[in-house]
Design a protein around this ligand. Structure first.
Ligand code: GLU
Length: 418
């Protein structure tokens, strides 16, 4: 299989080099922005339900800590590899800086297919993973969180294991925890909510009203983006997951679609409007077809490199909100940007997740929790501020939002490194 991570890493690094040169940074400084500060790669055994001991490969990459502790999720996926984790860690350094958070960037992962593991196996694996990383994480060192296929329950297992190892409570070492374990209200929805906040901020600058939206991916990010967008008056016409998708031209109901997905195991076949699902409401659509729909806004919210040189010429949306990390390859980005498509880069578009992780961390450290309204308001204020700064820079320098985001991020990191 092609190494998607390698491509993502090369494009993140080439953009950092290009931006660094533009900002007049010397080569050694640019090198420090590219090379991760620490790379942890390990293999660890886990006992399976049938008694067999299986070896798993894990990573935690700590990219840059100039602005604060490393911050970033842990991904469970068969495609996880060193390059992908490094690319994602690098993007986290940029993202935290763009979002104005006092964090550096990190990322972790385990090579596995969670669909093949029982709940008990997943718990043992999560705990074993923490045994490997416990020595180099901590609330002021490196603060992990959920990513693809990891969730609050897994964070609770990980935190519990970590606290057993260190012999005291340390809730701020993990974010994205369940509420009863010191999580923050609003964290689960935060990435999706943040994406809609950014979309609205963009549309108000463009003085445009957009309606139809297609969302690829119906995990935590895609689902909440679709749900909150639909609640804010957008028409979500298509959604998909790894097994296929649905097109409902009159607009689908994400909440009913999720219920249907939970029963069937996939959104495929779930044509739901209001509280009713009926085959006559829609039609099946593949993941590839979804990306090529003539919608106003396209939202890739699943995995990387899904818009690439093979399909870039068929993309019809005028606005793309990158809710996944790295959903456009460099070639596809250049091509579509050149064509005038407005692309809100991942490091800004999906930064709502890590922003509420920050709010969770602050609450955990103080031992004082805010209401959901307070959290959502802080998220909105913070993202609108981040967006306004990037937008302003992109307009005044006549550069893309992505270029403006990288310039802003690198300026801040370098100021802290010097
Ligand atoms: N995994 C999410 C991301 O890629 C969240 C990271 C975090 O909250 O630390 O931004």
């Amino acid at each position: 299989m092609e190494n998607q991570g390698k491509k993502m890493l090369e494009s993140a690094q080439s953009l950092i080099i290009k931006t660094g040169k533009k900002l007049g940074l010397d080569n050694q400084l640019i090198k420090r922005l590219i090379e991760p500060e620490m790379v942890h790669e390990f293999n660890f055994p886990v006992k399976m339900d049938n008694g067999e001991i299986k070896l798993f490969k894990g990573f935690r990459i700590q990219h840059n800590s100039a602005l604060g502790p490393y911050k970033g999720g842990i991904r469970f996926h068969p495609q996880v590899n060193r390059e992908e984790s490094q690319a994602l860690a690098t993007l986290m350094s940029i993202k935290c800086s763009v979002a104005g958070l006092p964090y550096g960037g990190g990322k972790g992962g385990v090579v596995l297919n969670p669909k093949e593991l029982s709940e008990d196996e997943l718990e043992r694996l999560s705990r074993k993973y923490v045994d490997q990383i416990a020595a180099f994480i901590g609330e002021n060192i490196d603060v992990p969180a959920p990513d693809v296929n990891t969730n609050p329950k897994i964070m609770a297992w990980m935190l519990d294991e970590y606290e057993k190892i260190i012999g005291r409570k340390s809730p701020a070492t993990f974010t994205g925890k369940p509420i009863e374990k010191g999580g923050s209200l609003g964290r689960t929805e935060a990435t999706g909510r943040g994406g809609v906040i950014i979309l609205n901020a963009l549309l108000s600058k463009l003085r445009k009203k957009s309606h139809s939206i297609a969302v690829q991916g119906f995990g935590n990010v895609g689902y909440y983006f679709a749900k909150i967008a639909a609640e804010s008056g957008f028409k979500v016409v298509a959604v998909s997951d790894s097994r296929g998708g649905v097109l409902v031209k009159d607009g689908l109901d994400p909440q009913t679609t999720l219920k249907c997905k939970n029963e069937k195991g996939s959104v495929a076949g779930c044509y739901c409007r209001g509280s009713v699902c009926d085959l006559s409401f829609g039609q099946p659509i593949s993941n590839e077809e979804l990306l090529e729909l003539p919608v106003d806004v396209l939202v890739p919210a699943a995995l990387e490199n899904v818009i690439n040189e093979k399909n870039m010429k068929k993309i019809k949306a005028k606005i793309i909100i990158e809710m996944a990390n790295g959903p456009l390859t460099e070639e596809a980005y250049e091509y579509l940007n050149e064509k005038g498509v407005i692309i809100v880069p991942d490091v800004l578009a999906n930064s709502g997740g890590v922003t509420v992780s920050y709010l969770e961390w602050v609450q955990g450290k103080q031992g004082y929790w805010w209401t959901e309204e307070e959290v959502n308001q802080r998220l909105k204020d913070s993202l609108e501020k981040a967006f306004a700064g990037i937008w302003q820079k992109s307009q005044s320098k006549k550069i893309s939002l992505k270029q403006a985001a990288f310039e802003t991020a690198i300026e801040r990191i370098v100021a802290a490194m010097r």
